[in-house]
Structures are given as C-alpha cells and as structure tokens.
Design a protein around this ligand. Structure first.
Ligand SMILES: Cc1ncc(COP(=O)(O)O)c(C=O)c1O
Length: 389
C-alpha cells in the first residue's frame, strides 16, 4: 500500500496576507446581529430593467464564449460614455477591454507592466488588493501617505518617491476609504511631475459616478497628457448596484492595451457573455449613471444629518459611498478595538481606517458605507444616537 501524499509546506507568494478586516468585521457583525455598514456594497437591488436585459440576452442564446476583449456592443457603449462624459475618444476595437470587475483589471494591469525589481507608488490609505498585486508581479510597493485628515495628495512626497525603478503610480479617485476626490489642479500637478518620466498611471475610478455637491469627477481620461500614459479602471458593480456580478472595464492607449490583453487572455480570457450584452443594452440610457450622484448624495445627506446629532465628528464626503467619522470625543480605543466594540455594544459595523495602511496608522477614524436602504441607515442612526447623542 502506498503512503498517502503529504503536501509540502509551501513558501507563500504572499506571506503578509491573512484574513482581511472586511471578512473579520462582517463575521462579527453577523454574530452580533449588527447593522453592517462595514463592507462596501448595496443592500438594495439593481434596476429591474437591467435584470430583464441580461435575462433576454440569456434567452436569446447569447451564452457562449464572447470575444476575448469583451462583446463589441459593450466596448462601444463604454467608449461612447467616456467620450461623452470625459471628452476622450478610446477605440473600442483596441483600447477598451471588459474585465471580471475592477479587481481583476488592476491585477492584470500590474502583471502586464510590472517586472521584478520595479517599484509602484501606492498612496495610503489604499484599497487592499494593490500591494499583493504588486508583490505577485515581483515588484515593490512604495508607500506614500496622503496628507493625514485631509487625504490630499502631497506632490512633494510623490516627487521624492519617484526614481529610476518607478514603473507606475496607482491613484484612486473618488477615494476609498476617505471619500475625497482629486481636483483638476491635482491632475495637472501629476501630469507635470510625470512629464519627464516613463511612469504609467493606473487610475482606479470605480466610484466615478458618485461625486457630489455639483463637483465633477476628474477622470485621467479628461486630461489628454495623463490619458496617454494611463490605464483607467471602472466597475459596473459599483455603478449599477451589482457588485456580485464582478464586471468592469479598463481603457488605455492601444500599445498599453495590447500588453494588457496578452495577460488578460491567459488570466480570465473573457467574462460572462449575457451580462455583457445586458449591460450594453442598459447603457444605451445614460440616466442611471448620470443620476447616480444625486441618488447617493441624498443618502449621504440623510446619513450625515442623522450623525450630526452625535458626538462623532463627520469628515467631508465629496465622492464614493463612504462616510468617515472621528470618534475621539467618545472613545480612546484603537480604531480596530473601537470598531469591534461598536459591533458588539452598539450594534453597528464600521471599518477602521488603519486597515487601509500597511502596518496600520491610528487616527481615531472609522468608515461607514451608506450604500444602504434608508431603513438600514435609519436603524444604524438610531443605535448610534442612542449611544453617542
Ligand atoms: C477602490 C476600489 N477599487 C476596486 C474595487 C473592486 O471593484 P470590483 O468589485 O469591480 O472588483 C473596490 C471595491 O470595493 C474599491 O473600493
């Protein structure tokens, strides 16, 4: 009889990676029956017209492999939207690819452009997939903090981080977790800084349609000089309340996109056919994405008005569906300890901002997600007011 195979102890490709704070907090929220304003996804459904469009595509038999870059009607719809909203003409033939969400788009971009020994500038606090993606490509993440509290990019620090090994810089606007946005001046400063370099910009713009108070989203695609060196990433999950569908896109100049597609075709090859046709049909009406800012601004205002009567101090929210609060007037606990306590004692889940910094950084800030039904927000607000009013 042969002895059973014992798998060898693996040398981890990602030794630093453990269970994410989102998983930990969501499990804790469930165990305590807390209102979960932690993880960033809606608790309401998408437009039934979108479901009908996908369903109709399935029933029409559009269920086999689509072209590697995505179905042409969807690439055309994305190109038309970008041209109309940001004024940049991407060729749907060779400059737009449909991806399995923004997460895959960012990983594939990084695998396509980063070589071992390359550096990629990451602005902290940052989305948790960036650094592991860079590590998998054999690169090194060079962390540059956004200015504490204001979360503004510090161009002196970014300039100091640029060097001969810098392959790319990752930017994210509107920003998760701080809910701040980049201005046109910020984009101009970035363009000037990068002008003498070959550095590529990876612009994570998944919250592009959630910018409030009459301000506009400064996509890198609005800025011709930046667009020429950028991959722009977005997510239908965020825009159309379908985060579980995991469909997004990336737009980039043809030579950059050619390298992206080489990796993409051996990564996922392509993504869900009927969802792509359904999205293409739904995108013909711009009202859903053009109306998203006012949809979420109303929720932001409802949530902020409810928090204004507490001792939690509100940070500004100009974009995304996140609201951060400074809890220093109510607790001395560390951010993670405070969020754990908030779940077990108050019955509301939030995410500590320290989770978005490598090695943590304590500012007594917690992030709530307001992409929730009004009644969910009202229940959370009544619990927060009962404790902190
Ligand atoms: C900044 C940022 N980038 C990317 C993503 C991932 O988007 P997707 O679900 O399309 O992969 C998220 C989702 O939370 C995000 O907040």
């Amino acid at each position: 009889m042969s002895t059973p195979f014992t798998p060898p102890a693996l040398t981890s490709r990602l030794p630093q990676v453990g269970t994410t704070i989102f998983t930990v907090m969501s499990a804790l929220a469930q165990a305590h029956n807390a209102v979960n304003l932690g993880q960033g996804f809606p608790d309401f459904d998408c437009d039934p017209r979108l479901l009908d469009a996908v369903n109709s595509a399935m029933r029409r038999g559009l269920n086999q492999y689509p072209p590697m870059a995505g179905v042409l009607p969807l690439r055309e719809a994305v190109a038309a939207k970008i041209a109309q909203v940001y004024g940049h003409a991407y060729d749907p033939g060779n400059e737009i690819t449909i991806t399995a969400g923004a997460t895959q788009a960012i990983l594939t971009t990084i695998l396509a452009i980063v070589h071992p020994g390359d550096e990629v500038i990451v602005l902290d606090p940052s989305y948790d997939s960036y650094e592991p993606n860079i590590t998998l490509a054999g690169g090194t993440a060079v962390h540059v903090p956004l200015t504490p509290r204001s979360f503004r990019p510090d161009f002196n620090l970014i300039a100091a981080a640029l060097g001969p090994r810098t392959r790319a810089i990752l930017i994210n606007t509107p920003h998760n977790p701080s809910a701040t946005i980049w201005t046109a001046e910020d984009m101009q400063r970035l363009a000037e800084l990068l002008r003498p370099t070959n550095v590529i910009v990876i612009a994570d713009e998944v919250y592009e349609h959630m910018v409030f108070d009459g301000l506009q989203h400064e996509s890198v695609s609005r800025h011709p000089e930046l667009a020429a060196r950028s991959f722009v990433v977005s997510s239908f999950g965020k825009t159309y309340h379908v985060t579980g569908w995991k469909v997004g896109y990336v737009a980039a100049p043809a030579p950059l996109m050619a390298e992206f597609r080489k990796v993409h075709q051996f990564n996922v090859f392509t993504v869900n056919t009927p969802v792509q046709y359904g999205l293409a049909e739904y995108m013909a009406d711009p009202a859903p994405y053009l109306g998203l800012a006012s949809f979420y601004q109303r929720k932001r205002d409802l949530f902020r008005a409810g928090l204004a009567t507490t001792r939690l101090k509100l940070l500004p929210t100009t974009g995304s569906y996140f609201q951060s609060v400074d809890y220093s007037a109510v607790s001395d606990l560390s951010e993670e300890a405070f969020c754990r306590w908030l779940i077990s004692e108050v019955g509301v889940a939030a995410i500590p901002l320290s989770a978005f910094y490598p090695g943590g950084f304590e500012q007594k800030l917690a992030r709530f997600c307001f992409a929730k039904k009004d009644e969910t927000l009202e229940l959370a607000l009544s619990r927060l007011n009962a404790c902190f009013a």
